[in-house]
Design a protein around this ligand. Structure first.
Ligand SMILES: Cc1ncc(COP(=O)(O)O)c(C=O)c1O
Length: 352
């Protein structure tokens, strides 16, 4: 574990003593939010385009501050617990024109009594690279603790944490009290295999050269976006590719949504058709009433993949225009699975 932690620290430009492995982003975010020590009446700030589960973490933190136990989103339902913390969302409205729009929005909408602000490096539903450095500076200048959700950052972006701050979350394990890294690696029955496998994953990245991988991905993303926007006449959600890592949202052609403005149910219908009828796996997002595909690029992708996506979408549009009935669930999801997926999509939609 020590060797793997050193390798990982080197990869992201961190001090190995400031780095711990956690099972996933959810766990890391939970411990960091709990470590922020929010008290009743404190304000936590995030953007409406932040990750859905972080909104639930805020609700749980609110319940906890209100003295209602550790709290879960289900226990407090919608909104924050009375007597808990205030959660304030900065409302990003599309289109935006530059990353500075985000910084200006935060500067004007983050309340002066904010104790914790949470931002994504790369947003999930909208695939935007946020101006994290400027946001951190802004928060620091106001004495606000800031937590960066880097779930999509490693690999997509060049990361150098050497000059960044780090949280020191508190967890109680056998290693508690023996230092930050021990806090996290002394729970004896955990399966360490995935962490140890990180060493091989990093060896592959080093062999390929991360900068070269990103050059390839960004070049292909540029070509794919050009292809899809010219075929469909839609826009890129980001103001330019400068605000994209290896993912981008491209607007779908007209006529794919049943309702106007489109809903997350429309998005799910098109996504299911792509998957079950055309064997194309690509998320479809409804952002503020418009439908987009979220394309992503890796070294195993080539331009033909996006050509295939373009054709599949055009065939769906043609058959919808012709009134041909399609059954996206045929041979696919059960009724319960479909319902669960629709609820998750609706939850995502509420965040936008
Ligand atoms: C921005 C962001 N934060 C957090 C998460 C949660 O990641 P996980 O479910 O692996 O914990 C995701 C997952 O995609 C994400 O996109």
């Amino acid at each position: 574990m020590v060797r793997v932690m050193r390798e990982m620290a080197d990869f992201i430009g961190a001090d190995p003593w400031d780095l711990v492995f956690v099972p996933n982003a959810t766990t890391g975010l939970n411990v960091a939010i709990q470590a922020a020590g929010l008290r009743p009446g404190d304000t936590m700030y995030m953007l409406n385009i932040g990750y859905g589960s972080v909104k639930k973490m805020a609700q749980a933190a609110s319940a906890s501050a209100a003295g209602k136990g550790a709290g879960t989103a289900a226990a407090v339902g919608e909104g924050e617990a009375p007597g808990g913390i205030n959660v304030v969302y900065g409302e990003v409205k599309f289109p935006i024109s530059t990353p500075q729009d985000i910084v200006d929005l935060v500067a004007s909408s983050m309340p002066s009594d904010t104790r914790l602000a949470v931002f994504d490096s790369v947003t999930s539903n909208t695939a935007l690279v946020l101006p994290v450095r400027q946001l951190i500076q802004l928060c620091k200048s106001r004495g606000v603790q800031v937590l960066i959700d880097g779930a999509h950052a490693v690999g997509q972006l060049h990361i150098d944490l050497r000059n960044g701050g780090c949280v020191r979350p508190l967890v109680v394990s056998h290693g508690s009290g023996s230092g930050f890294t021990s806090d996290f690696i002394w729970d004896g029955c955990r399966d360490y295999t995935p962490y140890l496998a990180t060493s091989s994953a990093l060896a592959l990245w080093r062999a390929l050269d991360p900068a070269r991988v990103r050059r390839y991905c960004r070049g292909l993303l540029r070509e794919a976006v050009a292809l899809l926007t010219s075929r469909w006449g839609g826009r890129l959600l980001a103001p330019s590719l400068e605000m994209c890592g290896c993912m981008a949202l491209v607007e779908l052609p007209e006529g794919l949504a049943e309702s106007d403005p489109a809903t997350s149910t429309d998005a799910k219908y098109v996504q299911d058709l792509l998957h079950h009828v055309h064997s194309v796996e690509c998320p479809v997002k409804c952002i503020q009433g418009r439908l987009y595909v979220r394309i992503s690029v890796h070294i195993y992708n080539i331009l033909d993949d996006y050509e295939r996506l373009a054709e599949a979408v055009e065939r769906i549009a043609a058959s919808l225009a012709a009134g041909t009935v399609m059954e996206p669930q045929a041979g696919g999801l059960t009724v319960d699975e479909t319902k669960a997926a629709q609820e998750a999509a609706a939850e995502d939609g509420r965040m936008q």
